[in-house]
Write a protein that binds this ligand. Sequence first.
Ligand SMILES: [Zn+2]
Length: 203
Amino acid sequence: MRPISRPQYTGNTITQYKSYLSYLIDAYGNYCSYCERTDKVDVEHIVPTSHNADLELEWSNLILGCPRCNRDFKRNKNESRAGYIWPDTHNTYHLLQYHTDGRVEPISNLSEALKSQVQNTLDLVCLDDSGQPQKPLCLGRRNAFQMANIIKDNYIRENQTLDEVCIFAKGNYWSVWYTVFYSIPEVKTALENLLPNTDIQRV
Ligand SMILES: [Zn+2]
């Protein structure tokens, strides 16, 4: 889950929340804000409108969600932001541990309170689907790890340029690519600037 910082909204006055879609894609890139895939993203209300109708057109309540994360799992289960971590308010990269087999879990050194918030968000959108009969995210991250490690070897041997690494990394699962290239400073920096408004420095 790539941490993002929210730019000021400077567009037209919006009367239908779906009209925010292009602004959100400009702000954050064409990726689900939860699972980091490019799958048919739509406007996602962090606090569901069924719990707070006043936030329906509120820019600060909107990110991008794919049908899987939004409609199949999250729905209106959270009543507010409290008790969870969110990509626009927390450093969701540094709170999660991505494993090469595709699993994801809270990093190990968190306080119990924070760990349960991280777990709540993982459960809310089933970000670790390794226990599900079908596990598209787990398998997708596993493949992304394999691909990123091949590209990393090529890059170290100078068989792949930085630009080429970035082209591959622009697919799905930014956090996997960032994990694999974390130890190579120039690629790490390039990945931090690859997608709009990534906020990896947030404490
Ligand atoms: Zn998603």
